[in-house]
Design a protein around this ligand. Structure first.
Ligand code: MN
Length: 233
C-alpha cells in the first residue's frame, strides 16, 4: 500500500555542534508558569499547571549564529513574544515522577512561544480554544537543541529576551512556579510522552508586541540563544 501523496518530512530542529537533527513529535506548552507573568495576565497564586499544544510543523528552526525570519501572521494586530526554556524529550513514558523526570530529557533549547494575543484574548473571553492564538504557522521559533550533558540549567539560570537590543523579559529558571520535573510529571499524567516531544516551559513577565522589522534575541544562559527577525508577509 502506498500513500496517496508524498508525506511531508517530519519537522525537525538542528542539534547544536552537530550535523544531526532532532525530529519533532509534539509541541507541548505550559501556561502561566512564572508568578509575575501570571499576575500580568490577571491571575495569582499556584494553580495546577495547564497545557496547550502547537502543531509540530509550527517550529521555525534557527541554526546557530543565524537569524530566522518569521512572517508576521495574518488576522492579528498584537503579535506577542514569550521567551521560554524548551525541554526536548529523548525517552518517552507515562506517569513519570518528578524525581525521575530528568532521565527523560535529551536536551534543551531556547524557544519563543509567539502568540496572537488579541485572538487568544477573544478566545478566552468566549470560552473558545486557544489554537488560533497559539498554534499558528511559524509560531514556535526555536534555536538548536543542546544535549542535556552540555548544559547547565539550575535555579540561577538566566532567561532573557531582547527586542532591537533592549531587554523586554528577564528572569531566572528558579522562578518557574512548576519546575521542569513537576511539569513532566503533570504532563505525562495526561499524555504519554514520546521521543521528539518538545515542552515550552512557560514565559516570565514582560510579554509585549513586536512589529515587522523587529529583531528578537532570546537566550538562556548555559543553553544557547536564538535570533529571529519579524518580516512582513
Ligand atoms: Mn508561553
Amino acid at each position: 500500500m502506498s500513500h496517496v501523496f508524498v508525506p511531508p518530512a517530519p519537522a525537525s530542529v538542528p542539534v547544536a555542534a552537530s550535523a544531526d537533527s532532532f525530529p519533532v513529535h509534539r509541541i507541548y506548552c505550559v501556561g502561566r508558569n512564572y508568578v509575575e507573568h501570571a499576575k500580568e495576565m490577571g491571575f495569582t497564586g499556584r494553580e495546577p499547571p495547564f497545557f496547550f499544544l502547537k502543531p509540530a510543523d509550527a517550529v521555525l528552526a534557527v541554526a546557530e549564529g543565524e537569524t530566522g525570519r518569521m512572517p508576521y501572521p495574518s488576522l492579528t494586530k498584537s503579535l506577542h513574544h514569550e521567551v521560554e526554556l524548551v525541554v526536548a524529550i529523548g525517552t518517552g513514558g507515562r506517569d513519570i515522577k518528578a524525581a525521575d523526570a530528568m532521565k527523560h530529557v535529551w536536551g534543551y533549547a531556547v524557544g519563543l512561544d509567539m502568540t496572537r494575543r488579541d485572538l487568544q484574548g477573544e478566545a478566552k473571553k468566549l470560552g473558545r480554544p486557544w489554537d488560533i492564538g497559539k498554534g499558528f504557522d511559524h509560531s514556535a521559533p526555536i534555536g538548536p537543541i543542546y544535549r542535556a550533558s552540555d548544559c547547565t540549567v539550575n535555579g540561577d539560570t538566566r532567561i532573557t529576551l531582547e527586542v532591537n537590543g533592549v531587554i523586554r523579559q528577564q528572569s531566572t529558571i528558579g522562578k518557574l512556579i512548576w519546575d521542569l520535573g513537576e511539569v513532566i510529571e503533570h504532563l505525562s499524567a495526561a499524555w504519554e510522552l514520546a521521543p521528539g516531544d518538545l515542552i515550552f516551559s512557560g514565559t516570565p513577565e514582560g510579554v509585549a508586541a513586536v512589529e515587522p522589522g523587529d529583531t528578537l534575541r532570546a537566550s538562556v544562559d548555559g543553553v544557547g540563544s536564538l535570533q529571529v527577525q519579524i518580516v512582513a508577509r
